[in-house]
Design a protein around this ligand. Structure first.
Ligand code: IPE
Ligand code: IPE
Ligand code: MG
Length: 241
């Protein structure tokens, strides 16, 4: 197995389930929030690494729909952290030509978080170096149900024939239709599950799970994941000749 990164064979789109902040803090006998704060550094580092490697799309699972069920204090702290992250990083993201987008039920975010986020999205809208999509209040099932609802409405209004419903139409109604499917999904902290992330889009994505906890996920850990990806044989259901 090669241990070198092949610059010509990089994934176009990497999606990451950033997991393990709580356990990272627990191991240090600190409150969970301490782990979430430490995780911000890892976010910075993966964004920088993706930009340096010229990976065009990076999608980060930052807060799931199910995460709303966590204790109120943790949810509030995470919302505040999001605002702090945006405030501290905006300038650098804009300068580096990084575009920030978001997917999820953004209406559920606190009004102040939503405002900061919308502002960052608007300020980076013309950038094209790297597209960072933040999955916030995101649920893969909710995204699919929303598409189904839109299709049902169109059919009910007589604007769409059910026979014309196909994968292309379905995809065009997802939150970000222009986002290519992820080539590589990374999950930190060792959990072997999808946790309601990008259910439609992950159909043929290569999965990589590392035991590294999110706050410890650094440039080298990211490169290791990409090297593992480069050693996979992607078959997409066909037979390689
Ligand atoms: C991931 O870390 C961050 C979010 C889900 C917001 P966790 O908070 O899930 O950390 P663990 O899984 O409890 O260690
Ligand atoms: C998935 O992690 C969601 C994010 C990383 C934002 P969780 O910690 O919420 O997932 P489960 O509960 O272990 O499946
Ligand atoms: Mg977790």
């Amino acid at each position: 197995m090669s241990h070198l990164l092949a610059q010509e064979d990089l994934p176009r789109h990497v999606a990451i389930i950033m997991d393990g902040n709580g356990r990272w803090a627990e191991r240090r006998h600190k409150p969970r929030l301490f782990g979430h704060e430490a995780g911000m550094k890892a976010v910075r580092e993966v964004i920088e690494t993706a930009a340096d490697l010229q990976i065009p799309y990076l999608t980060l699972y930052a807060f799931s729909q199910e995460n709303w069920k966590r204790p109120r204090a943790e949810v509030d702290a995470l919302m505040k952290l999001l605002q702090r992250y945006i405030r501290s990083e905006s300038k650098k993201l804009i300068e580096k030509g990084i575009r920030v987008c978001a997917i999820g039920e953004l209406d559920r975010l606190s009004p102040s978080s939503r405002a900061e986020l919308d502002n960052l999205i608007a300020q980076t809208a013309d950038n094209d170096q790297l597209i960072v999509t933040l999955a916030l209040s995101y649920g893969g099932r909710a995204e699919i149900v929303e598409v189904a609802r839109q299709i049902a409405k169109r059919v009910a209004d007589g604007d769409l024939d059910p026979d014309d419903v196909d994968e292309t139409l379905f995809k065009s109604l997802l939150y970000k239709p222009d986002l290519p499917d992820p080539d590589l999904l990374i999950r930190t902290s060792g959990e072997l599950r999808i946790s309601n992330f990008l259910l439609w889009q992950l159909a043929y994505t290569e999965l990589y799970v590392t035991d590294v906890l999110w706050p410890d996920f650094d440039r080298q850990a990211f490169v290791d994941a990409i090297i593992a990806f480069q050693n996979r044989e992607r078959r997409f259901g066909t037979v390689l000749t």
